[in-house]
Design a protein around this ligand. Structure first.
Ligand SMILES: O=CN(O)C[C@@H](CC1CCCC1)C(=O)N1NCCC[C@H]1C(=O)Nc1ccccn1
Ligand code: NI
Length: 183
């Protein structure tokens, strides 16, 4: 199982490397990694398990956060309708997006960042995402709200981008043009 010790922290070079496309069919190793990443999120959201293993709760996890520079990430969260979204995205892409932006009013955090970095992180409010599942099926998904924000946070990781790269340096809480706040 993935523990906090397996999650690399800012300063580790792998967080700034653009991850490589995953080849199909996935190796057993890649399949196990995908399952382990999703399992981390589920474990981290269970208070007992999180407490027992000292896990920081997460709704998303990218492979490069466990020092594997491959284009895959896991998401495990509920959307605003309370629908569970739980999957591993392989070779994910944003194929289109809204002009409107959104941002978490409380700012963002990251399991690879052991400090608070205040400020609004502009994200596209709505995206159309494409990715492959572990068994090679192509998925196309329209996302908005927290799922859209999380998808973009994870895709950034695969491109070596950290959430604070998007925060306005002069004024971290500057209003974001054409945006709808979330949360
Ligand atoms: O790359 C992946 N990571 O770094 C884990 C991050 C990913 C999320 C950050 C913003 C969007 C995706 C993560 O899940 N967190 N970051 C650290 C604090 C806890 C947790 C979190 O934000 N939880 C949350 C947020 C909103 C609603 C409910 N829960
Ligand atoms: Ni992160």
């Amino acid at each position: 199982m993935i523990l906090m010790d397996n999650i690399i922290r800012e300063g580790h070079p792998t967080l700034r490397v653009k991850a490589e496309e995953v080849k199909f069919p996935l190796t057993e190793e890649d399949k196990n990694l995908a399952a382990d990443m999703l399992e981390y999120l589920i474990n981290s959201q269970d208070p007992e398990t999180a407490e027992k293993y000292g896990l920081r709760p997460g709704i998303g996890l990218a492979a490069n956060q466990v020092n594997v520079s491959k284009r895959m990430f896991a998401l495990h969260l509920e959307d605003e309708k309370g629908e569970l979204l739980s999957f591993v995205a392989i070779n994910p892409k944003i194929v289109s997006h809204s002009v409107e932006k959104t941002y978490l009013t409380g700012g963002e955090g990251c399991l690879s960042v052991d400090r608070q970095v205040p400020g609004y992180v502009p994200r596209y409010a709505r995206i159309t995402a494409k990715f492959f599942t572990v068994d090679g099926k192509e998925q196309k998904m329209r996302l908005k709200g927290l799922p859209a924000i999380a998808f973009q946070h994870e895709l950034d990781h695969l491109n070596g981008i950290m959430f604070y790269d998007h925060i306005n340096e002069e004024n971290p809480f500057a209003s974001i043009p054409d945006s709808i706040p979330f949360g």
